[in-house]
Design a protein around this ligand. Structure first.
Ligand SMILES: Cc1cc2nc3c(=O)[nH]c(=O)nc-3n(C[C@H](O)[C@H](O)[C@H](O)COP(=O)(O)O)c2cc1C
Length: 191
């Protein structure tokens, strides 16, 4: 697969088989994240890897329970997920995936969001190039300041000065997506 094929062919996968992902593939995906462009070359993001369906499921449930308490009128972009988290106790933001990777960085650092997102995008593309499904996962970012999510993240080594800025889930797709939606007109200005 060429780089352009990977960039144009990747889709978000929202249903996974329970099969685990071989560690060497996870390692290659992490390398893609570690080698992403990063502000000033400072290599700020650190990655928390939840490897194993049980770990991912348990953490997703902590996230869901916290999201359910959010005021959906404030978090307009996330309101659908908040309402789902509240109305459906079985809502799984990880879609059954066996691996979740969270990108952590200091909340006071100006490039944290951009650095973490660059890393996650690299990992999404790498997963696709390696024959795996993946999906950007923002619920851990939204709930990063909540007590029970933080407690769990601290137990895994996140530092008090860090937040989760971005994340993704990875696994073998149980349902493939069709072609990407046509790109909207008027988004490119040549001068
Ligand atoms: C900043 C950002 C946050 C996202 N958060 C989520 C999320 O929490 N859950 C989810 O299922 N997809 C999430 N996505 C995936 C988008 O919904 C998806 O990329 C978009 O619908 C386009 O589909 P495609 O990735 O298949 O091209 C997120 C993507 C981005 C860039």
């Amino acid at each position: 697969m060429t780089t352009m094929e990977a960039l144009l062919g990747r889709r978000s996968i929202r249903k996974y088989r329970p099969d685990s992902v071989p560690k060497d593939l996870i390692r290659q995906i992490l390398d893609a994240g570690l080698y992403a462009a990063n502000g000033g070359g400072h290599q700020i993001p650190r990655f928390i890897v939840l490897n194993g369906r049980e770990k991912v499921r348990d953490f997703s449930e902590i996230v869901r329970a916290e999201l359910a308490l959010f005021d959906e009128s404030i978090y307009l972009y996330e309101s659908g997920t908040i309402l789902k988290s509240r109305s459906d106790p079985d809502f799984d933001c990880s879609y059954g995936a066996p691996v979740m990777i969270l990108a952590a960085a200091p909340h006071a650092h100006g490039n944290s969001m951009a650095d973490c997102c660059c890393s996650v995008q690299n990992m999404l593309n790498a997963a696709y190039a390696l024959g795996l499904g993946s999906c950007y996962m923002n619920c851990p970012h939204w709930t990063t300041r909540t007590r029970s999510v933080r407690e769990k993240l601290y137990s895994w080594g996140m530092k008090p000065e860090e937040d989760i800025f971005a994340g993704l889930v990875i696994g073998y797709a149980d349902r493939l997506e069709g072609k990407a939606a046509p790109r909207k007109e008027g988004r490119v200005i040549f001068v």
